[in-house]
Design a protein around this ligand. Structure first.
Ligand SMILES: *[C@@H]1O[C@H](CO)[C@@H](O)[C@H](O)[C@H]1NC(C)=O
Ligand SMILES: *[C@@H]1O[C@H](CO)[C@@H](O)[C@H](O)[C@H]1NC(C)=O
Ligand SMILES: *[C@@H]1O[C@H](CO)[C@@H](O)[C@H](O)[C@H]1NC(C)=O
Ligand SMILES: *[C@@H]1O[C@H](CO)[C@@H](O)[C@H](O)[C@H]1NC(C)=O
Ligand SMILES: [Zn+2]
Ligand SMILES: [Zn+2]
Length: 602
């Protein structure tokens, strides 16, 4: 999260006033120097995934995330068994966005056709959808029929504010509005609700009602409250596809304020997602929210002791972000078994690992298209760094764009792409078909306009001052300045002995990650980046009225025209405003193809 200064002060005040919170800090401090930080088993223990986006086959080029879905399923199987031997409960939750990000989901139509079968082999106790289940009708139908209504998950799928539209136009709840259950071991009475943020772009087979509106206007919520008095409920779980920290919309906070009115003393545990970060928020002395990253990089762990010995009415919360790798899984299982010989694989886990491997082969995701000699980062390096992916694209890739019809090759040109068209870092190692799905899945057509240099040179900065240029299916555009923003309180770890990775700062402090990492900075990403290809001259020596080409993705056309016309207007140039009639096809290869060709030479 990025606390503002005011929030920091409020947070600090919270630290001083809340006793259980201080105890919490003491417990966690004990293990902060260990190689791997322990998880702390409580009465109710949660395992949380979110925004997996098809990453079921591990991160083949990142040793730190080397566990696949089979390893994870085995981890949870053994974890459940060990924790139940301690007479405590385990609840496993996912909060949506299961496609758009990896070849395993995206190389089929609809995306997720095969990967969701594998994903669903995890015995989730609670699950729901994210916005990426709602972009196309096909994805939505697949999610509804294949998961929400499946025999396995019919009683576990919760979706309080989304409806599905049947073939005959009938509106039906996408899943249960809420469910009530008792935990198997401790017999805690649980109410579970789930919300998707106020998503505006659902396809015509789904309707999303803003969470607060749903709660205030629909009858089911009032009926739920009447049927479940505070004294009949031990724990409320609100899990969903919305961020833990969202200073603008505050949807989670608004939901909390409303539910708190009806359940002033109940423990309420939230799980969030969508912004792809590790985050933990302390809402009040009986309520917290965990958000568990993205792309199968993180297994979120949270435990609640329903009471504590010092103050019986105060629950104790702990949280841990477990790196999605075999070493971490093994470490935590061994600890649970008191370092004795605990198994770390299961028959089911091995079967799933094999299924993932088979699917990868079947979809030819391992097909080698080239080699990546060193790693390029989206936001962990500054834009002008040789290790920045946009730097590579603007300096080495885009200059290779050759227009198909030989449009005046002597003309200077500005080539612009929206940064959201790149989804992930490009890691050293083989450049495979899967790499394309992960890093740059979309093809593009190029359009161009011809304008004076003085106008062209101002387009990039104009667009970077404006609102985000949205493009469908680009999970990486949610990067937030959560790591080491202006008001960071956690030290920046610089230790060559540790691998680079997450060093999360949240409401419980700086030691939430199970694996200490050398910190990565998170740099701001602009909306667009450009390649300036000036022919035979330096910009400052050129005639500002010399005509040049501005070349861009077709889907950015309206943004570009608006920028150009505003600049023309601001400069009071004697020029007519440009319209789509002034835009022409440029031809040439897509950036995706140019990127592939570049790495094919290594
Ligand atoms: C939770 O309670 C158990 C006893 O039931 C205790 O051993 C453990 O330390 C407590 N955990 C926390 C985080 O307070
Ligand atoms: C864990 O191991 C230690 C040292 O081997 C032993 O003293 C202790 O009794 C064990 N605890 C449990 C719960 O098995
Ligand atoms: C890295 O490890 C070496 C060898 O164990 C040690 O001497 C050194 O102090 C460590 N560096 C840091 C920054 O901790
Ligand atoms: C040209 O476009 C700009 C920016 O969209 C707008 O403010 C201006 O009114 C337009 N001028 C004319 C003559 O349409
Ligand atoms: Zn997502
Ligand atoms: Zn999302």
């Amino acid at each position: 999260m990025t606390p503002t200064f005011v929030q920091c002060l409020a947070l600090f005040a919270g630290l001083v006033s809340a006793k259980p919170f201080q105890q919490q800090q003491a417990i966690l401090a004990l293990s902060q120097d260990a190689q791997v930080r322990d998880i702390h088993i409580g009465d109710i223990n949660f395992i949380h995934t979110t925004d997996t986006h098809g990453w079921l086959g591990s991160h083949l080029s990142q040793a730190n995330y080397d566990a696949d879905w089979g390893d994870f399923v085995a981890f949870v199987e053994i974890f459940r068994e060990k924790v139940s031997q301690l007479s405590k409960d385990v609840i496993v939750i996912d909060t949506g966005d299961k496609r758009d990000g990896n070849g395993l989901s995206d190389a089929t139509w609809p995306p997720g056709l095969r990967s969701s079968e594998i994903f669903n082999m995890m015995d989730y106790d609670l699950l729901t959808l994210g916005n990426h289940e709602l972009y196309t009708a096909e994805s939505t139908i697949l999610e509804y029929r294949g998961t929400s209504q499946s025999t396995k998950f019919k009683d576990k799928y919760v979706c309080s504010n989304v409806e599905f539209i049947e073939d005959d136009g009938k509106r039906v709840p996408f899943g249960n509005k809420y469910i009530k259950f008792e935990t198997p071991v401790m017999k805690q009475r649980v109410l579970a609700l789930s919300f998707l943020f106020s998503f505006q772009r659902a396809n015509n087979r789904a309707i999303v009602t803003p969470p607060l509106q749903e709660l205030m206007e629909k009858k089911w919520f009032q009926s739920m409250i009447e049927a479940n008095k505070e004294e009949d409920v031990d724990l409320i779980i609100v899990f969903g596809h919305l961020p833990a920290t969202d200073p603008t919309e505050r949807e989670m906070q608004n939901i909390h304020s409303l539910i708190r009115k009806y359940y002033p003393n109940t423990i309420i545990q939230y799980f969030g997602g969508h912004t792809h970060i590790r985050d933990f928020v302390w809402l009040d002395s009986k309520s917290t929210c965990l958000q568990s990253g993205r792309f199968a990089e993180t297994v979120g762990f949270l435990s609640i002791n329903m009471t504590n010995t010092v103050e019986p009415d105060s629950p104790v919360f702990t949280r841990r972000y477990v790196d999605f790798n075999k070493k971490s899984f093994k470490y935590h299982l061994r600890k649970l078994g008191n370092d004795s010989d605990v198994p770390t694989s299961t028959k089911k886990g091995k079967t799933i690992s094999r299924l993932v491997k088979d699917l990868r082969n079947e979809l030819s995701l391992n097909q080698k298209l080239g080699y990546i000699p060193k790693t390029y980062y989206v936001s962990a390096r500054p834009l002008d760094s040789e290790e920045n992916l946009y730097h590579l694209i603007t300096q080495k890739i885009l200059p290779n764009l050759v227009p198909s019809k030989n449009y005046e090759p002597s003309m200077s040109r500005f080539m612009l792409i929206n940064t959201g068209s790149v989804r992930y870092d490009l890691y050293k190692g083989p450049f495979t078909k899967d790499t394309e799905y992960i890093v740059m899945p979309f093809n593009n057509d190029w359009h161009f306009i011809t304008v004076p240099l003085v106008v062209a040179s101002k387009v990039e900065s104009y667009l970077n001052k404006g609102p985000v240029i949205a493009s469908l299916g680009t999970p990486s555009s949610y990067h937030k300045k959560h790591h080491f923003g202006a008001f960071q309180k956690c030290p920046f770890v610089k230790d060559p002995n540790l691998s680079e990775g997450y060093t999360t700062e949240d409401d419980f402090g700086c030691h939430g990650d199970d694996t200490p990492h050398s910190s990565q900075k998170e740099y701001d990403i602009p909306n667009v980046v450009q390649c300036k290809d000036l022919k035979n001259s330096r910009e400052e020596e050129m005639d500002p009225l010399k005509m040049v080409h501005v070349i861009f993705y077709t889907f950015m056309e309206l943004d570009i025209l608006n920028a150009v016309n505003s600049i023309i207007n601001d400069l009071s140039l004697h020029m007519k405003n440009l319209t789509t009639n002034d835009c022409s096809h440029y031809g040439g290869d897509s950036t995706k193809k140019l990127l592939r060709d570049y790495f094919a030479q290594f």
